[in-house]
Design a protein around this ligand. Structure first.
Ligand code: THU
Length: 142
């Protein structure tokens, strides 16, 4: 397969952003009122989405990224090529610590993680920047 041109990459990123923004509207966040949408692209180019789903028993609630990763599992590819998180915070909305580890399971150090507000992507990190010296499947060995 040929490498994507920069126009194709931009188009792909727009699709990822649009998907995360759209699914954010489906969030169930009556307690925090902080709605989050996430979209990931697997290595086959397919997009999978998730939103946060809170629960009256607070710790049972789940993050948007966890939903997107769960949606990927049944029919999706094996790897996360890139992932985007979309929320409306005062600062950057980056994945929480637990979600960084969830992403780590299926991504490499250079995997892009995009932090977006409702209108635009604010900043892009690599996984290694957000989760340096991480523990992962290969740490366990065979
Ligand atoms: N949240 C996410 O969905 N993803 C994150 O990475 C950060 C936090 C959700 C969890 C909770 O429903 C709300 O945002 C406020 O913490």
């Amino acid at each position: 397969m040929q490498a994507a041109t920069s126009a194709q990459r931009n188009e792909g990123l727009t699709a990822l952003f649009d998907a995360a923004r759209a699914v954010r509207d489906r969030a169930h966040a009556p307690y925090s009122r902080f709605r989050v949408g996430s979209a990931l692209r697997d290595e086959r180019g397919e997009i999978h989405v998730g939103c946060n789903v809170e629960n009256a028993a607070y710790p049972v609630g789940t993050c948007a990224e966890a939903g997107a990763i769960a949606a990927r599992m049944p029919g999706g590819g094996r790897r996360i090529a890139e992932i985007l998180v979309c929320g409306d915070g005062a600062g950057l909305v980056t994945p929480c610590g637990a979600c960084r580890q969830r992403i780590r399971e299926f991504a490499g150090p250079d995997t892009p993680i995009h932090a977006a507000g409702p209108d635009r992507i604010a900043k892009t990190f690599t996984l290694a920047e957000l989760l340096p010296e991480s523990f992962g499947p290969e740490t366990l060995g065979d």
